[in-house]
Design a protein around this ligand. Structure first.
Ligand code: LA6
Ligand code: MG
Ligand code: MG
Length: 352
């Protein structure tokens, strides 16, 4: 990682105003000035095969009504996991990652995001999420109550998707890897609850408070499975070390701030009060959305650079750690590529 990351600064020297250029919305490509690494290109055949498997799985479990099929295609789940896991051992493991990605987005969409019109409601979110957590982290009690729980886990698409995705993952992962994932999902659900609570009470967080919430409402569960998908295990004793936890969190935070930057216009259009980093910076700094957006790019870059700087000495410690931080870096790069090219879902603001 000795080469500098890409930073298409996009900033030009002052010159005569170019009205035509200023009026043109900048619709695709990477955010100017954003630090990122190029991802390994995704094999379209592989992505299409994962999508076929995921769509058949989703249909078999009746995860969503037929009218959402277009949204499934637009999301490009297969392409996402192929980009994010270039070292995947096989298609089975990529499909397991895809099932989680799909399930996590079904839960986010159906339980959390009220403006998406899929029945999400903040006031009942806590009760829904505790049951959803149990789809991953089974209930233990009397045989009769366990049978009721099992039946309850089939009640809706979000529960079915979590339950069946976890069954497949647990068959591929070690018990420690499966347990690690369960805990990262509990963190995600805690983040969802804080987001909903602040939205309901119209709380305007400080930037650091927002980023704490976003460290939990985060892509971390996706990065939590990089070793399983690549077919090895980073043992718990290494994973738990504070410096490994720190680079893991930095990678997860960089990649989640990337979502805030790419989904900024989508979220502004659907709900002008939707919290994301540029919005929170704007509310705190009171210098407008454009200045806030550019400052958010800088915050991202510092987090991204800290991940790169601090993961290099860890990679030098052991081949397992080298493989693990490479898996994190691959996920960050692949996720950036997916966001920057998924122009059906995300468009950039006209700030450059
Ligand atoms: C997506 O952000 C995100 F970061 C999540 C933690 C939710 C999905 C969870 C996974 C994959 P957002 P957008 C673990 O909810 O911008 O802002 O695509 O999604 O609508
Ligand atoms: Mg969300
Ligand atoms: Mg977003």
């Amino acid at each position: 990682m000795s080469t500098p990351p890409n930073t298409d600064t996009g900033f030009s020297l002052p010159g005569p105003p170019n009205l035509a250029r200023d009026l043109r919305a900048r619709r695709s490509g990477a955010v100017p000035g954003l630090a990122y690494r190029a991802a390994a290109p995704a094999d379209p055949e592989k992505a299409a095969e994962i999508d076929r498997r995921l769509e058949a799985w989703a249909r078999g479990l009746d995860l969503f009504p037929a009218q959402w099929s277009g949204d499934f295609a637009e999301f490009q789940c297969g392409r996402a996991v192929v980009l994010q896991h270039p070292g995947a051992l096989d298609l089975e493991r990529l499909t397991a990652a895809g099932k989680f990605l799909l399930a996590e987005n079904v839960v986010d969409s159906c339980y959390c995001e009220e403006d998406e019109g899929r029945g999400a409601s903040r006031s009942i979110l806590g009760g829904r999420l505790i049951l959803a957590q149990s789809a991953l982290d089974p209930y233990h009690g009397t045989p009769a109550l366990e049978a009721e729980w099992l039946e309850g886990m089939q009640a809706d698409g979000p529960l079915r998707s979590y339950y069946w995705a976890m069954k497949d993952y647990a068959a591929l992962a070690t018990p420690s890897q499966a347990d690690r994932f369960v805990h990262d999902m509990a963190r995600l659900h805690l983040g969802y609850l804080a987001e909903a609570s602040w939205s309901q009470s119209r709380y305007a967080p400080q930037v650091w408070e927002y980023l704490v919430m976003r460290q939990f409402n985060n892509f971390r569960p996706c990065l939590s499975i990089v070793d399983t998908v690549d077919g090895y295990e980073l043992p718990e004793a290494l994973y738990a070390r504070p410096e490994v936890q720190r680079v893991t969190a930095l990678a997860c935070n960089a990649t989640t701030i990337v979502n805030d930057l790419y989904s900024f216009t989508k979220e502004l259009a659907s709900d002008p009060t939707h919290l994301n980093l540029p919005q929170v910076v704007a509310a705190n700094d009171k210098r407008g959305l454009k200045a806030a957006y550019l400052k958010s790019v800088e915050i991202h870059n510092q987090v991204f650079e800290a991940f790169e700087t601090e993961s290099a000495p860890l990679a030098a410690l052991s081949p397992l750690l080298e493989r693990y931080v490479r898996g994190l870096a691959d996920w960050v790069a692949g996720n950036h590529e997916w966001h920057s090219t998924n122009t059906d879902r995300y468009q950039l603001p006209n700030y450059w």
